[in-house]
Ligand binder design. Sequence first.
Ligand code: PGA
Length: 267
Amino acid sequence: MRLIIENTPKEVARWTADHIIKRIKEKAARTDEPFVLGLPTGSTPLETYAELIRRYKAGDVSFANVVTFNMDEYRGLPADHEQSYHRFMWDNFFSHIDIKPENVNILDGMAADPKAECADYERRIAEAGGIDLFLGGIGEDGHIAFNEPFSSLSSRTREKTLTQDTILVNARFFDGDASKVPTTALTVGVGTVMDAREVVIIATGPKKARAVRHGVEEGVSHVWTISALQTHPAGIIVCDDPAAEQLRVSTYRYFKDIERDNLMSNR
Ligand code: PGA
């Protein structure tokens, strides 16, 4: 695993956007096949999306040959609901870039048959040739996508019940009213994320420090689903200093030292 420790959320966003753009260009230089990008919602990726939009507007990157798969969607929210992840993605990213609407894949939270919708999502990912890079956030409880604690580390896309902790954390988007937060979501599984050729997880702020510590220093466990990243051949966590504050000094120094050239080349 690589752990990139930057000073600020802005630097995390810059590193992550640079990395995604580099990967899109590398694939485009090799093949006409689209780049398949897995994407998250949440507060953390907002700055990365803003940076990718800025770079698109500057002419540094095109998303015309990019296919996206989002991680999850609330069950029971129509696509046009202001808190749906459909709306989030179009408002904060897709409307500002040259992505083709037919290349955007987001689970349908209103599907009459959620099981069939989830199976179809896995089929669509496979048909697209698998995901080249899955970008993700991390929950305070260490979840990736909506794979709450004790999710199977080999889980696939399915409907998942949200924990009370997650509902309370997400109530901030629903007028602070936990009763308005959907109680289930459709989400890619830990196994779905781990099948991507590369996984990049971003974490900023002290509230994520415990999850980062479990992901990096503790054992692989379904209690902290982020820890599955340790089994991935190309897993990267990009965090800011506050999110790294619960790591051992020796761990912190190790990654700062080994990534030094890399960090300098990105400034
Ligand atoms: P956040 O959510 O970026 O809003 O903190 C991350 C997550 O729950 O995966």
